[in-house]
Design a protein around this ligand. Structure first.
Ligand SMILES: [Zn+2]
Length: 367
């Protein structure tokens, strides 16, 4: 991989600046993709924008910018997008500063701006993993790209173009069928990231690497539709907790088993009404594997534990008949246990609380 310093003037950069909103922004005589379509929104505040122009007018240096060389004299901005847009917009009359547009500046003032030297580092000929590593490193200092935006900058190709059409353009088809089932900022690539992590069981980069040159993303798009269809079929009654369940992971594990939607709904409805269940979205995992850890069941609060501790005088009932028979444990070394467990209807109340020594509480909860 090569990283070369390219010096250019604002005149060169701002030539041919075109802003087509969602369809992209180009500069540098059309050879620079300033905002690779759908990658991110322009979020600079006026104040930041103005201070970029102020620095230029005073001939102060701006931070270096980073481009990726995509071959055939075509480039893409990796870092410096917002500075570039600020500069190009000012020079092209999109906004004024102190009521002065670029056109109304004196000729020598205009020339000073147009001749201002920019420093751009251009990366070319890198392998994908080299590029990704480089992107990650410079991303620490620059305007932050999300992990998935970094991957998209790395694993380019026809597959990615198609995948972005399905998963990242505003009002994309994936969002249309699944917005209620996924929490994502789609335009920041979070929807794409989620479905990729589902289909690859978390190995997003190797999946993207493997499919980079595929001509379409049919596998991913069909997979995604299957997941959502499966969810809608098994859980026809919608609840807001369903927006933050990791559906693809459940689909991967349980799609081949038989489930009855009515039976699932009965279980869910009951658990939703159970105030002992503190993690309601975990219910959707619990109904598959019956593991209580998903439910975050209520714990005894300090007040109840303290009350029961005093009543027991610091003695653990399960220590009876052991060498710790009459030991008075310090409060900190005891834990609150449900005498009747949750699975048998026990509640998190003082009446149902027993203080046990740590060892016995662990033993009991292992059973
Ligand atoms: Zn004990």
């Amino acid at each position: 991989m090569e990283i070369k310093l390219k010096e250019m003037t604002i005149r060169e950069l701002a030539t041919g600046y075109v802003d087509n909103m969602e369809d992209g922004v180009v500069a540098y005589s059309g050879k620079l993709d300033v905002r690779p379509a759908y990658q991110r929104e322009f979020v600079y505040k006026d104040k930041q924008r103005d201070s970029v122009i102020d620095s230029v007018r005073k001939n102060y240096p701006l931070n270096v910018m980073y481009w990726v060389d995509n071959g055939n004299d075509q480039y893409e901005i990796l870092d410096g997008q917002q500075r570039t847009i600020s500069i190009c917009q000012f020079v092209n009359g999109y906004f004024s500063i102190n009521d002065r547009q670029f056109d109304s500046l004196e000729t020598d003032e205009q020339e000073q701006i147009l001749n201002y030297q920019l420093q751009v580092y251009v990366c070319s000929n890198g392998t994908d993993s080299e590029k990704l590593e480089w992107f990650r490193t410079i991303n620490i200092a620059g305007e932050k790209l999300s992990e998935q935006e970094l991957r998209n900058a790395t694993y380019r190709g026809p597959w990615l173009t198609e995948a972005k059409k399905h998963f990242s353009k505003n009002n994309n088809p994936a969002q249309a069928i699944a917005d209620k089932y996924i929490t994502a900022k789609w335009n920041r690539q979070e929807g794409l990231e989620t479905v990729l992590s589902w289909i690859s069981n978390g190995k997003i980069e190797s999946y993207m690497n493997m499919h980079q040159s595929d001509l379409n993303d049919n596998e991913l798009w069909l997979y995604f539709q299957s997941v959502i269809m499966w969810v809608k079929t098994l859980f026809p009654k919608y609840r807001r907790e369903m927006k933050s369940v990791n559906w693809g992971i459940l689909y991967n594990k349980y799609k081949d088993n038989f489930y009855d939607a009515n039976e699932l709904e009965n279980k869910i409805s009951k658990l939703m009404q159970d105030s002992e269940v503190e993690n309601k979205k975990g219910i959707y995992e619990y109904v598959f594997d019956n593991d209580q850890k998903h439910l975050n069941l209520r714990q005894f609060d300090d007040n109840i534990k303290r009350t029961v501790y005093e009543r027991q005088n610091g003695i653990c009932p399960m220590c009876r008949g052991t060498e710790n028979e009459n030991k008075h444990w310090p409060y900190e070394e005891m834990e609150g246990d449900h005498d009747i467990p949750w699975s048998k209807g026990g509640q998190t109340t003082e009446q149902n609380c027993v203080m046990l020594c740590r060892k016995h509480n662990r033993e009991k909860s292992d059973k």
